[in-house]
Design a binder for this molecule. Sequence first.
Ligand code: A3P
Length: 297
Amino acid sequence: MASMFSHKLPNEHLYEGILFFGFSSPETLDAVKDFQVRDDDVFIVTYPKAGTTWLQEIVWLIMHDGDFLCAAKDPVYFRCPFLEFKDTVLNEVGLDLANSMASLRVIKSHLPVKLMPRQLFQNHKGKILLLFRNPKDLCVSYYHFYRSSSSLGNFHGTFHEFLHMFVEGHVDHGSWFDFTRSWWSKRHDANVYILFYEDMQRDLKQCILKLCEFLNKPLGENLVDKIVQHCSFESMSMNPMTNHLDVYSINSKISPQLRKGIVGDWKSHFTVSQNELFDKIYEEKMGDLNIPFLYEL
Ligand code: A3P
């Protein structure tokens, strides 16, 4: 594995031991810790490629009583700011965008517990939705994202190389294992709610109904059905407000943001020996946690 870490992220840096590229600068990461949380904030916290955009669209619609008109005018990445990220087109950090936003805010972050706004834990302000996805499919999705994204330096390596970077945490936002361990320990906090990507695939309506309950947003059955329809993979792929085709840094000809949207794509990427290696590493690092990931439906 001579070329294991040959891939460099643009302006990469380590912050408290975690790898980031330049759009999440040390100054921004410092400021995130002091971010002023409001009681009615909803944070969507995921490791990259867990299905964040999917949940953002769903939760924004729940919190805004199914305002499809507004959702049709404004891209999801403007409606739900990405806390620790500064985009060159936007020229604004997600946390500044969030600061200037009226309530009810839906805020996205990929940070582990130790880097999140302190107020979330000090006085349990705001609600936190954690979305997890089985790490094999997530790794495959991240690999294709790395290939297509100029922000991540247009990765030209093989899946084998990427898999090693992934298990070593040598990717943007650091180790999936550390991220997941840190958040799993918070799962019983009163303001934390856990979802799994695979459950959303199995029964989206049921997931949305439960989310509405947690968010204290009882919506009529018709509205929930409309959200289910609006947030199907097909609808979101066709919808310019959610498909990210306008995001300059993603070359959708290489791989679109909404790529396949299935459970089990890892089987067409992992060799038998890569799978065995992954299972071994997973067992060593996470075995004691018994997180009920599903690798196929
Ligand atoms: P794949 O690359 O496996 O297709 P994120 O938003 O965190 O970057 O996650 C992107 C992943 O979520 C992609 O996975 C994408 O296809 C999937 N996704 C996005 N919207 C979806 C939807 N409506 N239904 C199912 N999967 C969706």
